[in-house]
Design a binder for this molecule. Structure first.
Ligand code: SAH
Length: 253
């Protein structure tokens, strides 16, 4: 157990690697090391070009993106591709945006690899739900505001939600939503119906850590009426901690 995470991949091994939110220097050292020493990189749509550029120029790149999160059939194709590449003796980096296990289907991939007896390792990454508020200068927990935090997907806003929204609002003063850009008005309605105040602050952080990062701040009411809007990929953070924000990016150095 004393091995570092970045010891060289053996032929036929897969590394499931978190790429972080986008900026290449938010990668872990292990991720950078493995990217520079592999035969093939199988990556998602969310992995930034800056991160991909860290692979050697002669490393094969396979795009295995899914935008919008549908199509589980495609997920099985991705698992099959990983197994095929590994069995052909390649050293494979499976690169996923943020952290592979946070709304990233990494679990399905390691289960498929384990079933196929393909050796693998896991390199966590900085998840967007943590990185995006930090880039915006918003502490996700602040002693004066919250001692718990909820991470959710925007898909839960739909009619057949598995969530008890009133219980959620009562339990979590701060909530961080992934994949919620397209459903922002519906999300605001859900939260207000569940008892959250219409004046609760909301931040929408798009393309966190990248050159075109943007931050929009408003209230739940403004999110409901479309006064603040969001485009994908964005993190939406709801709670008083948004008011603790101190912008720090783009300051003169
Ligand atoms: N595994 C990823 C999440 C995949 S779900 C992680 O841990 O971050 C995809 C969602 O992640 C997007 O819809 C968006 O909500 C969020 N996301 C990923 N990268 C982002 C970025 N740079 N800025 C803002 N949101 C991002």
């Amino acid at each position: 157990m004393s091995k570092t995470l970045s010891y060289p991949l053996v032929h036929g091994e897969v590394a499931l690697v978190g790429a972080g939110p986008g900026a290449a220097d938010l990668l872990t050292c292990a991720a950078a090391q493995l990217l520079a020493n592999c035969d093939v990189i199988v990556h998602d749509a969310l992995v930034s070009q800056d991160v991909l550029d860290l692979g050697c120029s002669n490393t094969e790149r396979v795009f295995a993106g899914k935008r919008g999160g549908q199509a589980s059939a495609i997920q099985s194709d991705i698992c099959a591709t990983l197994i095929r590449l590994a069995r052909s003796g390649k050293r494979v980096v499976r690169l996923k945006g943020g952290d592979p296990f946070v709304f990233g289907r990494g679990g399905e991939e390691i289960r498929a690899l384990a079933e196929a007896d393909v050796p693998f390792r896991i390199i966590p990454g900085i998840t967007a739900g943590i990185a995006a508020p930090a880039m915006a200068g918003i502490p996700v927990t602040d002693r004066s505001v919250n001692s718990s935090i909820a991470f959710l997907t925007g898909h839960e806003v739909s009619e057949d939600s598995r969530i008890d929204w009133s219980a959620l609002v009562a339990a979590f003063p701060v909530m961080v939503f992934y994949m919620a850009a397209r459903v922002l008005p519906e999300l605001a309605v859900r939260l207000m119906d569940a008892g959250m105040d219409f004046s609760m602050p909301v931040a929408v952080i798009r393309n966190a850590s990248l050159a075109d990062e943007s931050v929009h701040i408003g209230t739940l009411q403004q999110a409901k009426t479309g006064k603040i809007t969001a485009a994908s990929p964005s993190i939406v953070i709801v709670g008083e901690t948004v008011n603790q924000r101190i912008p720090w990016r783009n300051q003169p150095s």
